[in-house]
Design a protein around this ligand. Structure first.
Ligand code: UDP
Length: 241
């Protein structure tokens, strides 16, 4: 297992391709598996939310999404690839289509999910979307029952964190199988509603900077979360010496 402990949680340190390969294996198993794409805010959330902490302890894969997590692991001496959740999920869609595996998408505003599905269907050959549902439903049981009936193998949940991870937890008790990934704002990107940062920002790992300049209200999501996260990691490193 390529796992490394960061602030008490085990993070997978796969390269992008290895992570896809592992996820494809899980997708074919006869059980539900959960992929969490983790960022510093989620470590914060787990401090006060026991249910969320338990989810992190039991997730089949936790991959470092935010550049903050990459930095945290670097402080502990681990050089890992940052795997942007939106890229990971998109590649899983391509691979699932190639393997004729059915897909479900749940989350985002009604017009956003519709546009995202339309765009994906026109871009991905052989794509089989068996279920789609916007993210503003009240009745979890209905959606879970519909998921069960449609039998998807790849299930992408875009409800924001920790809501999406908690929905996946419920699904684990009900569905027979399926790889489930919490994908945050990915449908907004695929719908064309939210613009992705130019490639140079993505390569340098500073997409957050671009997004914060474009949407200054995001500033409070990064500060003080990121510096406090880095301080916690330094503290952990000193204590474990
Ligand atoms: N969302 C949703 N239902 C909710 C709350 C949020 O479907 O009850 C969607 C929202 O429309 C957006 C995504 O969840 O598409 C959250 O995106 P965000 O960028 O906040 O995700 P995060 O940064 O938490 O990964």
């Amino acid at each position: 297992m390529n796992r490394v402990e960061l602030l008490g949680y085990k993070i997978d340190t796969y390269s992008f391709d290895e992570a896809i390969e592992r996820a494809l294996e899980l997708e074919k198993e006869e059980k539900v598996s959960q992929v969490v794409t983790i960022n510093p805010e989620m470590f914060d959330c787990a401090k006060t939310d026991n249910e969320f902490a338990e989810i992190l302890n039991t997730a089949e894969m936790i991959i470092p999404d935010g550049v903050g997590v990459k930095l945290g692991l670097k402080i502990l001496g681990q050089n890992v690839d940052r795997i942007a959740g939106v890229d990971f999920a998109r590649r899983m869609i391509d691979e699932s289509a190639k393997n004729n595996l059915p897909i479900a998408l749940i989350g985002a505003k009604p017009e956003v999910i519709k546009l995202a599905c339309d765009n994906l269907l026109s871009e991905v050959e052989n794509l089989n979307i068996v279920y789609s549902q916007d993210g503003y439903f009240k009745d979890d049981e209905r959606v879970l029952e519909e998921l069960k009936q449609t039998k998807p193998r790849l299930i992408l949940i875009a409800l924001g964190s920790p809501k999406q991870e908690k929905f996946i937890k419920q699904a684990k008790n009900i569905l027979p199988y399926g790889l489930m990934i919490g994908v945050g704002g990915s449908f907004d990107v695929w719908s064309g509603t939210v613009e992705r940062a130019p490639e140079i920002y993505q390569k340098l790992g500073i997409e957050w900077l671009y997004r914060t300049v474009k949407q200054p209200e995001r500033f409070k999501r990064i500060f003080p979360t990121l510096p406090l996260f880095v301080m916690r990691v330094f503290k952990e490193k000193l204590l474990n010496k």
